[in-house]
Write a protein that binds this ligand. Sequence first.
Ligand code: TXA
Ligand code: MG
Length: 320
Amino acid sequence: MLNTTKIQTILTSDPKKAAKFIKSGGLAAFPTETVYGLGVDVFNRAAIEKVFIAKGRPGDNPLIVHVANRDDIGLIAVEIPPSAQKFIEKFYPGPLTVVLRKRSEISDLVTAGLDTVGVRMPLNRLAQEFLRGCGTPVAAPSANLSGRPSPTTWQAVYEDLNGRIDCILQGEATDIGLESTVVDCAGITPVVLRQGAVSLEQLQEVVPETQSYVPDSSEISRSPGMKHRHYSPSAKVVLVNDAKDVLAAEDSAFIGLSKPENARAFRLVKICADAAGYAHELYEFFRECDRRGLKTIYCELPDNAGLGVALLDRLRRAAE
Ligand code: TXA
Ligand code: MG
């Protein structure tokens, strides 16, 4: 599946130049405040097929559609229910994806056959300039090879997708470092399908009925992408409650909020100041461990509060 003919990947820091590739049916990666995305014109079916091939992504994993402004949501969704309207007013632009009932113009390829579509308006300045330049809503999964950690730098995008996509818009390392919160507003009460920088508590302040998704085996998955192996490095990820309890195995690394006792026994150590710093560093740390061929990554568990909730979710998935 990964055997595509090599194409030339143009690197640029000019959002208008990157946007031209989208207009002509190409694939362009771009920075956002969460992770880098791999963009494509949402109305170009042939181009959307290319995204799945470039990433090696399973067809049952839906794409998020990115808009430059709130008015463009009407091009994608049939209606904006009151709960979604409140979230959009409060959290757009930002790291929140709202799931709405899709318009028939949005192809099944984008939504993986669902009758809903995820919509997000990024806050990152380059992302906004890029999206305005595209002149169309842009479907964009994270710009990594399927199964690898999401890219938080343009170099990580290059590492995975050079020769497979048309362009990389070079920006800074992403601010947050974890994917957006996904909240499904197509049902009676909003349900958080993926944790991110916008917390359940923040959503509940706006719509108190908002719930967290509890998987039910009798129901088909509401967030299909979440069942796929995600966020994981090749090295084995081991979760630890306390840095003091870790004994370094051969060729191992440590990341967390406090210093392990025998820090020098690890090949690579990263101590983060707080949960936000940890989230910012995590995926790049995973990638660096893989570049060095390390075998085990010990990850200290953060407190289950604020951004720590999303961080815990990603750490647990990486350790599965
Ligand atoms: O922060 C982000 O969301 C980044 C940046 C690029 O915007 N994008 C991202 O896309 O993480 P991706 O493709 O890696 O993850 C998309 C996930 C899907 O796996 C699924 O869990 C959820 O978003 N999703 C998308 N559309 C959905 C829908 N209609 N219903 C339920 N979940 C959906
Ligand atoms: Mg992804």
